[in-house]
Design a protein around this ligand. Structure first.
Ligand code: DAT
Ligand code: MG
Length: 148
């Protein structure tokens, strides 16, 4: 079973879309195993987005993600990394398909509502950045036999 880091970004919190986003991932069958609200500081933002350091949009990205609180979460399920990326839509909401989170609620690449890990390897690194082992709940759901 895979785990992926999901961040509900400042624009989604400010627009009151956190519940809608969580709802879509839950209804897909994914299980919440960790969740907390926090305001990212510059250091955490730079570590989380280290792969984009040096790119033209890097400073704006760090300013945006630290501008207001986010919800950090871990969702677990079969093929969770890919399934979450599909449910999110492409990076640029203007190009995302309707039916995806970004395609239904976004217009601008700098305000794309949600982060989801892009590989299993990055998921595990990103999870460690945001959560300690004690903050992750390993629990059983009876309905999982109807989902997995
Ligand atoms: P994703 O969030 O879909 O994984 P990414 O990892 O390539 O996308 O980029 C991280 C974030 O950086 C993305 O959610 C929005 C911002 N970003 C990416 N490309 C950008 C660009 N060309 N101009 C402005 N912001 C960009
Ligand atoms: Mg990415």
């Amino acid at each position: 079973m895979e785990r992926s880091l999901v961040l509900i970004k400042p624009d989604a919190i400010q627009r009151g879309l956190a519940g809608e986003i969580i709802c879509r991932l839950e209804k897909r069958g994914l299980k919440i195993v960790a969740m907390k609200m926090l305001q990212m500081d510059k250091g955490l933002a730079q570590r989380h987005y280290a792969i984009h350091e040096g790119k033209a949009f890097f400073n704006d990205l760090v300013d945006f993600i630290t501008s207001s609180p986010i919800i950090a979460s871990i969702f677990q399920g079969k093929d969770a990394v890919n399934v979450i990326r599909q449910t999110m839509g492409t990076t640029d909401p203007a190009k995302s398909l309707p039916g995806t989170i970004r395609g239904d609620f976004g217009l601008d690449i700098g305000h794309n509502l949600i982060h989801g890990s892009d590989s299993l390897e990055n998921a595990s690194k990103e999870i460690t950045l945001f959560f300690s082992a004690e903050e992750i709940c390993d629990y059983h759901r009876d309905i999982d036999k109807w989902i997995d």
